[in-house]
Design a protein around this ligand. Structure first.
Ligand SMILES: NC(=O)c1ccc[n+]([C@@H]2O[C@H](COP(=O)([O-])OP(=O)(O)OC[C@H]3O[C@@H](n4cnc5c(N)ncnc54)[C@H](OP(=O)(O)O)[C@@H]3O)[C@@H](O)[C@H]2O)c1
Length: 295
């Protein structure tokens, strides 16, 4: 499903992936408050429509477009790109991601591909799209994770995908960074987003609880970094310490610390009502099950 306003677009847009999620919605709200036109995407068109309707009432002066797209599917990405290609973009916020957390051996069929595509491949494609439909100024924000700087056992696919996104962000910033163009990698620690994530953080000990940040904190810090053209943003003093530790500590030690407390924890398919993948026996789940929209 897609939505086009009746008014022809008069200006530039901020494209937000994962706009239906907690952090993506917080970006949409803040950018709307700042008077930015928005292009929202995620898999659930119902959630996007509800968000558009709420923001349009609160901020009637801005133009809001949306189109549902499963970023793991090439044909849906192409359809998104062809729909959005009539617009120009001065911001791209790659917020979509899949935080499946469990031992690699427990992944169901298609889940690894799904997680890598959601966290990395989609974002890389969107960076290329935004560059070819850019306004004079273009600020890209890629939501990585503190897990990107250290291999994280029992969260291995996630940390590897976010590491790939971090690497892409830093390399791309070097390729295109100038006064008007930047790529900011947001190396976020725990963020108090969905209820299951908040519960997880609460049960994860002192450091997780102390370093966790609200979505609006991450949004404001990262927008500030992006508007200044910074290539990295590590929001929060404690997270900066963890980040520094990750850079300096011996690899074995930091991986051992990252593994602590994770062995028996499981997060599957975002903790949202499980698409069939999360509950289906491994040999019957298909990639289609896993990427089913969750309207
Ligand atoms: N929460 C934390 O502690 C934390 C820490 C560091 C980094 N992060 C990162 O922050 C980002 C947002 O996390 P959140 O906590 O706000 O999670 P969330 O509420 O579950 O939001 C995830 C968003 O991604 C979208 N999405 C997932 N798979 C998709 C796909 N295949 N195609 C298109 N859209 C897809 C979801 O929308 P649909 O379901 O409608 O598709 C949703 O809008 C993620 O990248 C996450 O890795 C989170």
């Amino acid at each position: 499903m897609e939505h086009s306003t009746n008014n022809p677009p008069t200006s530039q847009y901020a494209l937000i992936t994962g706009a239906s999620g907690v952090l993506g919605t917080a970006y949409a709200e803040e950018l709307a408050r700042l008077g930015h036109n928005l292009f929202l995407t995620a898999r659930s068109s119902q959630k996007l429509a509800a968000l558009k309707s709420r923001l349009s009432s609160a901020y009637p002066a801005i133009s809001i477009e949306f189109k549902a797209c499963d970023l793991t599917r090439e044909e849906e990405r192409n359809s998104l790109f062809s729909y959005a290609s009539r617009l120009t973009f001065d911001m791209l916020l790659n917020v979509a991601g899949a935080d499946i957390q469990k031992p690699l051996a427990e992944y169901g069929k298609g889940q690894i591909t799904f997680q890598i595509r959601s966290c990395f491949e989609g974002a890389a494609e969107l960076c290329a799209f935004a560059l070819s439909h850019r306004a004079e100024q273009l600020r890209i924000i890629n939501i990585c994770s503190i897990c990107a700087v250290q291999p994280t056992p029992y969260f291995a696919v996630y940390s590897a995908s976010k590491a790939a996104l971090l690497s892409l962000s830093l390399a791309l910033h070097k390729e295109i960074g100038n006064k008007n163009t930047s790529v900011t990698a947001v190396i976020a620690g725990a963020i108090l987003t969905r209820d299951d994530v908040k519960e997880y953080i609460n049960s994860s000990g002192f450091w997780a609880r102390k370093s966790a940040k609200t979505p609006i904190y991450i949004v404001k810090k990262s927008l500030k970094c992006a508007f200044k053209g910074k290539r990295k943003c590590v929001p929060g003093g404690l997270n900066r310490l963890v980040y520094l530790f990750g850079k300096l500590a011996p690899e074995r030690l930091k991986i051992a610390i990252a593994a602590r407390g994770r062995k028996h924890k499981r997060k599957d398919a975002f903790g949202n009502p499980a698409p069939q993948d999360a509950t289906a026996p491994q040999d019957t789940a298909t990639p289609q099950d896993i990427t089913a929209p969750r309207d």
